[in-house]
Design a protein around this ligand. Structure first.
Ligand code: CP
Length: 327
């Protein structure tokens, strides 16, 4: 089993094997247990993580910063406006100079003019940096979120988690968001051999590059992938209903906003969706949730909700990624 990830970029789930993802998960659980027992685990003593945010964040910023402190290192926060990127310093030069000071760089960038432009920036940083680049959400993926989500699924569903029905669904929201969470989950589920149902209305298909990667990976991993356009069919017998909004890759933002209004009622997760799911099914969302749009308060505040456990697991999963790539 290959466990050495020193120096690797953590940009796309598609760059990793199922065994490597399992190594990250096991390391995350190790750190979680050590923290609970009060055991020090300062494996990154003296190391520095840069965090470049072009978009707002609560969970990602705080969990990375706290994680670096717990690992014995330090995290630095910057935005485009507070760096020379504001004066058009190139991403190439930014990557090269930051590599002279830092031991790794995390970046959040999405919602640019066209789908894929943000990933191009992350890829440019990765190509020019001599330190690991970590994707803190771009327009294609949110791999750190998915590692935390997988930890949560394993904790909640137990040893047989690969055979449980996980629904990754589109949900209604006025705000058009990145499909990153769904695409990272699809790639990871295919590598780990999970039972995944992708649900979305017509027009919200995921990037074909992720679909074709997943179809191939599923042939190797032995899991099960379904794609449905009916939210009720998806929720029937589900063990997890993970529902969040994402933008259409086919429509302009303006057209998408007008088109999606028809899905407002059916694709807002309510107690009705859980009535047809398995009795102890869990509700998942990466947060922040658009309450009343993506989900009813009775669900996100109800006993089925595990959203704060997911949020906490960001800390443990990211510490695992940091420790493995920065050591
Ligand atoms: N889920 C997530 O990435 O949260 P933030 O946007 O608050 O970082």
């Amino acid at each position: 089993m290959k466990t050495n990830m020193k120096g690797r970029h953590f940009v796309s789930m598609m760059d990793f094997t199922g065994e490597e993802l399992e190594t990250i998960l096991e390391t995350g659980f190790d750190f979680k247990r050590m923290l609970a027992r009060g055991q020090r685990h300062e494996v990154l003593e003296g190391k520095s993580l840069g965090m470049l945010f072009t978009k707002p964040s609560t969970r990602t910023r705080i969990s990375f910063e706290t994680g670096m402190t717990q690992l014995g290192g330090h995290a630095q926060y910057y935005t485009e406006e507070t760096t020379q990127i504001a004066h058009k310093e190139t991403w190439e030069d930014t990557a090269r100079i930051m590599s002279r000071y830092l031991d790794a760089l995390m970046i959040r960038v999405y919602d640019l003019e066209k789908y894929g432009m943000a990933r191009d920036i992350v890829a440019t940083l990765a190509a020019n940096a001599t330190i690991p680049i970590i994707n803190g959400l771009d327009d294609k993926e949110h791999p750190c979120q998915t590692m935390a989500d997988l930890m949560t699924i394993i904790e909640k569903l137990g040893a047989d988690w690969r055979r449980k029905k996980i629904v990754m669904s589109w949900a209604y929201a006025e705000r058009v968001k990145s499909p990153g969470v769904a695409q990272s989950m699809l790639a990871a589920a295919s590598l780990l051999g999970m039972d995944l149902t992708i649900a979305h209305p017509e027009g919200y298909e995921l990037d074909e590059a992720y679909m074709s990667f997943a179809r191939k990976a599923y042939k190797q991993s032995g899991g099960k992938l379904s794609v449905v356009k009916d939210i009720y069919k998806a929720c029937n017998g589900a063990d997890v209903i993970y529902a969040k909004s994402w933008g259409s890759l086919k429509m302009s933002k303006k057209d998408d906003n007008a088109y999606r209004a028809q899905f407002r009622e059916d694709w807002r997760i309510k107690p009705k969706h859980f009535e047809i799911a398995n009795k102890v099914a869990n509700y998942m969302h990466p947060l922040p949730a658009d309450r009343g749009q993506e989900v009813a308060n009775e669900v996100i505040d109800g006993p089925m909700s595990v959203v704060y456990d997911q949020g906490e697991n960001r800390l443990h999963a990211q510490k695992a990624v940091l420790a493995l790539v920065m050591r």
